[in-house]
Design a protein around this ligand. Structure first.
Ligand SMILES: Cc1cc2nc3c(=O)[nH]c(=O)nc-3n(C[C@H](O)[C@H](O)[C@H](O)COP(=O)(O)OP(=O)(O)OC[C@H]3O[C@@H](n4cnc5c(N)ncnc54)[C@H](O)[C@@H]3O)c2cc1C
Length: 339
């Protein structure tokens, strides 16, 4: 029987294997968790970027190669399609097997309820991600199309968080040329393109009903300095006995430390990302002028912001002020981490 733990257990963890750690957005918890299923011939349902459709779609994966394609945070709303039904029919066809579902809080909770209704809850392990907000797929697809038109080719590689030295944090590759997508990132982090429902998200909490929550361990260098690693660390929150058992299976592949919910505090574990103050002006601009215009208008970093960023960096602070009332934390953190 699956029961909630009396108290959420919290770990900082990262893959022992440095290559796989570099290939992951944070500490590689997803890789460690999915390995448990893939080595047994089980399946993993999660979101993958589709380069032809320019969309993030859910797929049922059964090999490490397919799983590797799913790595990386995509700051675009993912589309579950028929994945719930696919999971159910895969489990029906494989009665002795289990399945891992990884998704954003809203998607994972939906799957949890579906699994309970369909009587498959004990055969599925459900992991959700800490989430800043799900970005409009329309804006991304138009922006991606405009990059393809401008650089005369299809996007062949996309990363929102590249950890390799010398690479920008977020970039696409077209015809072998690396093109930073900083403007898109700024528009995303400035909350311009999040879905309206993200601003009232009920899953921005440490108390959830899925098995495990994973995310970036922010400010680890301050909270557990002797465990800091510039290549990223995951925060792993265990909510159920099912989650705890799964965590025990990944302990060998990860370095980890037990900690608590105040050590891993971040905004989206306490409340949803607030709505952008000029949201209606932003969308009016978009409807009138299109994706390129809004990228320029809302995605350009001003000289003032650049100076403030430098000052904060010199002070060793972790924040970059990107608008009058909002603090950019995650992007800044990953930039500093990659530096
Ligand atoms: C839109 C979004 C916002 C996020 N905001 C925060 C945040 O504010 N704070 C924080 O700590 N962490 C946030 N994360 C989570 C973080 O960026 C990492 O994805 C997470 O720590 C897992 O890293 P990893 O190294 O274990 O996984 P990786 O190996 O990098 O794998 C990434 C996993 O995320 C899934 N994924 C990627 N994009 C999407 C998507 N659009 N929809 C659904 N699933 C997706 C992949 O399918 C895969 O399972 C966010 C992730 C996304 C996708």
């Amino acid at each position: 029987m699956i029961t909630l733990l009396d108290k959420t257990k919290v770990y900082a963890g990262r893959l022992k294997d440095p290559e796989r750690l570099i290939a992951s957005s944070s500490g590689g918890a997803f890789t460690a968790l999915s390995d448990v299923f893939l080595v047994k011939g089980y399946a993993v349902a999660c979101a993958v970027y589709d380069y032809n459709q320019k969309k993030v779609i859910y797929k049922l994966l059964t090999s490490p190669e397919e799983r590797n394609m799913a790595r990386g945070s995509k700051y675009i709303q993912s589309l579950p399609g028929n994945i719930f039904a696919e999971c159910k029919s895969w489990l029906d066809q494989n009665p002795d097997k289990e399945l891992l579902f990884v998704g954003l809080g809203c998607q994972a909770e939906g799957f949890r309820k579906f699994a309970e209704m369909k009587g498959i809850r004990s055969r599925v392990y459900i992991v959700d991600l800490i989430c800043h907000g799900s970005a409009s797929p329309l804006i991304w697809s138009q922006y991606a199309q405009s990059l393809e038109d401008r650089y005369g080719g299809q996007i062949e590689f996309l990363t929102f968080r590249d950890k390799r030295k010398g690479w920008p944090t977020a970039a696409v590759v077209i015809n072998g040329k690396r093109i930073p997508i900083k403007k898109y990132m700024k528009v995303y982090y400035n909350r311009c393109i999040s879905r309206p429902s993200c601003h009232v998200c009920p899953f921005a909490t440490t108390e959830r009903q899925v098995d495990i929550t994973i995310g970036d361990f922010w400010h680890l260098e301050e909270k557990i300095p002797d465990f800091y690693d510039a290549n990223g660390t995951s925060v792993i929150l265990l909510h159920t006995n099912h989650g705890y058992e799964l965590f025990e299976e990944i302990m060998n592949s990860m370095d980890y430390r037990e900690c608590n919910t105040s050590d891993c505090w971040q905004l989206n574990l306490e409340h949803p990302t607030p709505m952008f103050e000029n949201r209606s002006a932003f969308w009016k601009d978009y409807k009138e002028h299109g994706a390129n215009y809004i990228m320029k208008k809302y995605g350009t970093t001003t000289l003032r912001e650049k100076i403030m960023y430098r000052i904060k960096k010199l002070e060793g602070g972790g924040y970059l002020i990107v608008s009058n009332s909002w603090i950019l934390n995650d992007a800044d953190f990953s930039e500093r981490r990659a530096a």
